[in-house]
Write a protein that binds this ligand. Structure first.
Ligand SMILES: [Zn+2]
Length: 381
């Protein structure tokens, strides 16, 4: 087992916990927010800056890296860590979600997904086995099983079919990984991760019975961690929270729980309270590129005219490099002039905001003050 999860504190009143996730590339403090490095890069932020911001683990998208530059180039370059000069933990997704969200899906069969590349329209096939193979070639510390994520709203039949298929694919993924682990690996400039940890993904939409069924089928396979998938796809917020909580309490206490694709700064606190340990979301960086800034006083749309002569930083309460040096007026100007530095600075700030928020959440769990933090965060909304 390449992964060890250690719980160091649990909140008495909620499901919140603080832990340490020991991976082949270092220790990750949980709860953790993982920025999304779609094509092996967090847009606009260098790896050195990520380290300064306190990023401990990042997510890379298998779909994008598989299409470009291709797994063989990355494997030949010594794996994704070395290729992208990031010697810290990496989690890769299976590629299935991108196939669907980029509308490239042609057909779902028992065997896998047939899809068309968003780059050139070429046809590709992704099976559970191939998804594992590609992620192993990339050399990620944590890899995900291929799953079928259904859009919201969906019929019970569609959800049930996805739960069953996801369960069968989880079994096939696990078998593939054991087969690969027992084979001697091909030569490469540097040994890749010897045994990546595979997480199973719970589906079932907003149907509790199906969520339970999905959890049960995964528990039989005994994964090193579990992800809650199929949420934040359009369902009302209250249902998302409810499902995250319901699913988390069905999962084993001693394994990390990862809520995929969530969410807003409020979601992080609310879902930590419901027993979630890991999060990823494009929101801080994507919003930043559009001039959307998260601050301690709520959202700021930096392009607005009211900031034209505003000398204050993006967030007066923030200590990030962008806030220490630049005014809202200047950053607004950069956006209006189409200068790339604008998006770079808002991305730095937003990522700092997320990482810092998670650090405070973790600290409050450790010091026994999480309930207080939670009510404070709710009062701000
Ligand atoms: Zn800042």
């Amino acid at each position: 087992m390449g992964l060890r999860f250690e719980i160091v504190a649990e909140d008495k009143a909620t499901g919140a916990r603080a832990g340490l996730l020991h991976t082949p590339h270092g220790i990750v403090e949980t709860p953790v927010f993982m920025p999304v490095g779609t094509a092996g890069s967090i847009k606009g932020i260098t790896q050195a800056q990520l380290e300064e911001l306190g990023v401990q683990i990042l997510l890379a998208n298998t779909y994008h890296l598989y299409l470009r530059p291709g797994r063989e180039i990355i494997r030949q370059m010594g794996g994704l860590h070395r290729f992208m000069a990031w010697p810290h933990p990496i989690l890769t997704d299976s590629g299935g979600f991108q196939v669907m969200s980029l509308k490239g899906l042609v057909r779902v069969t028992e065997d896998g997904f047939w899809f068309k590349s968003h780059l050139d329209g070429s046809s590709h096939f992704l099976s559970p086995e191939r998804a594992v193979e590609i992620q192993v070639a990339l050399g990620a510390d944590i890899i995900m099983t291929l799953d079928e994520c259904v859009e919201y709203p969906a019929s019970r039949e569609a959800l049930q079919r996805a739960v069953k298929l996801t369960g069968r694919w989880a079994g096939r993924s696990k078998e593939k990984l054991s087969a690969l682990s027992s084979q001697p690996s091909a030569p490469s400039p540097q040994p890749l991760v010897p045994s990546p940890s595979l997480f199973g993904i719970v589906q079932g939409g907003v149907d509790k019975d199906l969520r339970r069924e999905s959890v049960e089928s995964l528990l039989e396979l005994d994964f090193e961690g579990y992800a809650v998938g199929g949420l934040s796809v359009g369902e009302p917020k209250a249902e998302m929270y409810d499902m995250a909580e319901y699913t988390a309490q069905l999962l084993p206490r001693n394994r990390p729980r990862y809520l995929m694709g969530v969410g807003t700064p409020e979601d992080l606190v609310e879902c930590v309270a419901r027993g979630i340990d890991m999060f990823d979301c494009v929101m801080p960086t994507r919003n930043a590129r559009n001039g959307g800034v998260f601050t301690s006083q709520g959202k700021v749309v930096i392009k607005n005219a009211k900031y034209a002569q505003d000398e204050s930083p993006l967030d007066p309460a923030c200590s990030c490099p962008a806030c220490r040096r630049y005014s809202r007026s200047y950053i607004r100007h950069l956006f209006l002039a189409g200068e790339m530095l604008g998006a770079i600075l808002t991305s730095q700030h937003n990522l700092h905001f997320y990482i810092d928020r998670m650090r405070k959440i973790r600290q409050s769990v450790l010091s026994g003050a999480f309930a207080e933090f939670l009510s404070g965060a709710r009062a701000e909304c």
